[in-house]
Design a protein around this ligand. Structure first.
Ligand SMILES: NC(=O)c1ccc[n+]([C@@H]2O[C@H](COP(=O)([O-])OP(=O)(O)OC[C@H]3O[C@@H](n4cnc5c(N)ncnc54)[C@H](OP(=O)(O)O)[C@@H]3O)[C@@H](O)[C@H]2O)c1
Length: 380
């Protein structure tokens, strides 16, 4: 029995759980009525290689490279070849079983990546062979060589941008773009402060802000190669790069003699790091929490609420994308703007280490190491 492995556009963790499990081992009912006239070309493999996990746990222990059957291409489906797919913290958390949405098991890992369309079903209107696509939602399981996906579950990208940019565009740059656009009215000359500035989100924040004339104050954890890291971040547009400890020192006042107090703080860490960001926020400013890498809660000093009336917000790009499902115009416009920045050389992919599916355990181990400042990316 073949086993299609595909999740549909997901609306809730319950739906997600059901759809991924059903997708792995059962033929989804909608496929029964939609057997494609475009059955696979003669000679094309009807299985793909995929990184599958059957229990939650440490990714490098529970992930296995397996053969997974591919379903026929339905009328509204596309057959794609995955070209590259990164390993993001949310992929790790999903495999560990600690993420907000979890598939039923077994499941294929990987929420992000770029794929090339090989075949289209008879009713597919928006895509053709050769197009590049990325997932619209989390949960498609991109760590695999090929997939049959519904047209509505993917969105195209120009296929003339660098592969690594395309593979890493759909999550972190989109998160950075939305956080810089949707919370404060930022004008050229304004400033933003962020922690985890060397993360993929941080890289995108620096570059998108720089393209808009917004200054960034970038906070990173100390490390022996702090100077090199600081130079690298400044080379992509960071206005200031400082160590976490420096935020607590009186000398930080010097920085604010030339740089305005930030209207927006972006917190991907939590704990003390978030509290320190709040201390420097402008009166009435906003802190958006999008990640919790320290696994520590955010503590808001009473004084920040009373005397500075700061706003405490959160952001989840998965929810934002789901909210766009009825009308994808804003999503399309954002991707077009991001791709334009990529084409102008103003938005580059974070530093990446490229690995093959066979090297998945090495890649997964590397992805959970601190102080690496590199994104592990599976190139297929
Ligand atoms: N809410 C959303 O929609 C959304 C979207 C995208 C990403 N995220 C979240 O954003 C965060 C960053 O994702 P990413 O893909 O950009 O990450 P990434 O490129 O893998 O980088 C990880 C970052 O986390 C830092 N870090 C790791 N452990 C830490 C700790 N214990 N304390 C402080 N910092 C630590 C690293 O700093 P060092 O170099 O010092 O280790 C690095 O800056 C993740 O939590 C991710 O889940 C959220």
């Amino acid at each position: 029995m073949w086993s299609p492995f595909q999740a549909v556009c997901l609306r809730s963790s319950k739906v997600y759980r059901r759809s991924v499990a059903a997708a792995l081992f059962k033929r989804p009912s909608r496929r029964d009525a939609n057997v494609s006239p475009f059955s696979h070309s003669a000679g094309r493999s009807q299985t793909c290689r995929a990184l599958v996990y059957r229990t939650h746990g440490e990714p490098s222990r529970v992930i296995q490279l397996e053969n997974v059957d591919l379903p026929p291409v339905g009328a509204n489906d596309v057959l794609v070849k995955v070209l590259a797919a990164p390993i993001n913290p949310s992929d790790i958390n999903m495999i560990q079983g600690t993420y907000a949405i979890l598939p039923d098991l077994p499941a294929v890992g990987g929420n992000e990546g770029v794929a090339q369309v090989l075949e289209v079903g008879s009713q597919v209107k928006s895509l053709k062979a050769g197009d590049w696509v990325i997932p619209k939602d989390a949960g498609l399981g991109m760590w695999r060589t090929e997939a049959v996906l519904a047209e509505k579950d993917v969105i195209s990208l120009p296929n003339n941008i660098p592969l690594l940019s395309a593979a890493t565009l759909g999550v972190n740059p989109c998160t950075a773009f939305r956080m810089l656009s949707d919370f404060e009215d930022l004008q050229p000359g304004d400033s933003v402060i962020q922690n985890a500035a060397n993360s993929a989100v941080g890289h995108a924040v620096i570059q998108i802000a720089a393209a808009r004339g917004i200054k960034t104050i970038n906070v990173v954890r100390d490390r022996p190669e702090f100077r090199e890291l600081s130079e690298r971040l400044k080379a992509i547009g960071a206005s200031h790069v400082i160590k976490e400890e420096a935020l607590r020192r009186p000398e930080i006042k010097e920085l604010f003699k030339t740089c305005p107090k930030p209207k927006l703080a972006l917190n991907g860490v939590g704990g003390k790091s978030a509290t320190e960001l709040l201390r420097h926020l402008k009166i009435g400013g906003c802190m958006v929490t999008y990640g919790g890498m320290s696994k520590q809660p955010v503590t808001v000093p009473v004084s920040a609420l009373i005397f500075k009336d700061v706003k405490i917000r959160g952001f989840w790009v998965t929810q934002w994308k789901r909210d766009q499902c009825h009308d994808g115009k804003e999503f399309r416009a954002m991707l077009d703007e991001l791709c334009s920045l990529v084409q102008q050389g103003k938005l580059t992919a974070p530093p990446c280490t490229e690995l093959s599916l066979q090297d998945c355990h090495k890649a997964l181990d590397a992805a959970v190491q601190p102080f690496t400042s590199r994104k592990q990316i599976l190139v297929l």
